[in-house]
Design a protein around this ligand. Structure first.
Ligand code: COA
Length: 334
């Protein structure tokens, strides 16, 4: 029997209209446009005013289906990577399923923080490779504004809201699509990046709310160092595994957490900056949405082309991190 591989056959995105600029933040906390720009690379981010994570995801999914010219009831599985589900349960995947009318599908949420998209992509690819499923939607969506403390200058400058998704389908050409993934976790990182309350460890009480335990907490300096090493090492490991040099890689698609992290990662693997997808200036860190949002924009601008080999890489809370090697062939789909 022929080995089945998974390939990306469609893509969609959604960013809310409202812009929160560095100048807006200057009026909210003690910070400056210069500080934010030089330390993070973010100029502005988008914020959804009315709506939840599923409201971000649905327009992205509908765009993806339209592009592929299929209806929602053709979808087999919906995987939603998010740290900001509409509710702790039911899964946001089921809420999206109902909103788009994907009546023949099942699905689930996958929580791997900023690595959520590449973990979900790998999971979705495995479902396709198993031969059991033909159309798997992989969504990265986060309403980070719902867990960010807008009085904390250490974190509120970093994050934004967005959603993006890809459709995975089978191919018998094993030299295209999702070629390989290397994924890792290290739970010793939990103290540096987390949300303290709202889970079973610290259920919501008046006290947890008063102590602001339902907001994202980050020790930025500690995360910074491991993020650079984590993304660079695992991207390099992928290159070594397939004997690839920087000439063989058309694009590095890094999680957009901090421009300095992205630059340092690219430098460590000897990849010129022209080969790195960067849109953190426009959207900030949108957690599970950053990587597919980059893919969408570069594809739309005809810079991401068929036949190009790309490496997706991310690092996030947990810690979670990884790299995925993809050969992009989307437009060839028949
Ligand atoms: N405006 C002005 N000053 C600020 C500020 C802001 N928005 N935020 C922090 N500062 C101050 C700090 O209070 C500190 O002041 P102090 O020296 O008087 O204490 C100073 O700037 C330096 O803070 P520091 O934390 O050392 O800055 P940094 O260069 O490490 O940048 C981050 C902070 C958060 C931007 C950076 O550490 C980072 O991006 N970390 C990793 C994020 C990440 O990758 N997350 C994982 C995936 S989600």
């Amino acid at each position: 029997m022929k080995k089945i591989s998974a390939k990306i056959t469609s893509i969609g995105h959604f960013v809310p209209q409202k812009v929160l600029s560095n100048f807006d933040l200057e009026k909210m906390v003690e910070t400056s446009n210069e500080w934010i720009l030089s330390r993070t690379g973010v100029r502005e981010r988008r914020i959804i005013e009315n709506g939840s994570t599923s409201d971000l995801a649905v327009p992205a999914v509908l765009e993806c289906l339209k592009l592929r010219n299929i209806s929602a009831d053709e979808i087999d599985v919906i995987i939603v990577a998010t740290v900001t589900p509409d509710m702790l349960f039911p899964p946001t995947a089921t809420i999206i399923q109902e909103k788009i009318g994907a009546k023949n599908s099942w699905g689930f949420d996958l929580e791997a923080a900023c690595s959520g998209f590449i973990f979900a992509l790998t999971t979705g690819a495995s479902l396709i490779e198993s031969g059991r499923y033909k159309k798997v939607l992989v969504v990265g969506a986060d309403k980070m504004s719902s867990i960010v403390d807008y009085t904390d200058r250490n974190t509120c400058i970093l994050f934004g809201d967005a959603a993006s998704c890809v459709l995975l389908e089978p191919t018998e050409n094993n030299d295209e699509g999702i070629l390989d993934s290397i994924l890792r976790t290290d739970g010793s990182g939990k103290e540096f990046l987390h949300m303290k309350a709202g889970g079973s460890l610290n259920p919501a009480t008046t006290e947890t709310v008063n102590q602001k335990m339902h907001y994202l907490f980050q020790d930025g300096k500690s995360v910074f160092k491991v993020a650079v090493k984590g993304m660079a090492d695992i991207s390099y490991e992928m290159m070594q595994k397939y004997n690839l040099t920087s000439d063989d890689i058309s694009w590095l698609v890094p999680h957009q957490a901090n421009l300095r992290i992205i630059d340092a990662c690219a430098e460590r693997i000897n990849l010129p900056k022209e080969k790195v997808m960067i849109n953190i200036d426009k959207y900030g860190n949108t957690t599970a949405a950053t990587i597919p949002l980059c893919l969408y924009e570069w594809w739309k601008d005809k810079k991401l082309l068929n036949g190009q080999k790309i490496i997706l890489t991310s690092f996030g809370a947990g810690y979670t991190w990884g790299s995925v090697l993809v050969k992009w062939t989307m437009e060839n789909f028949k």
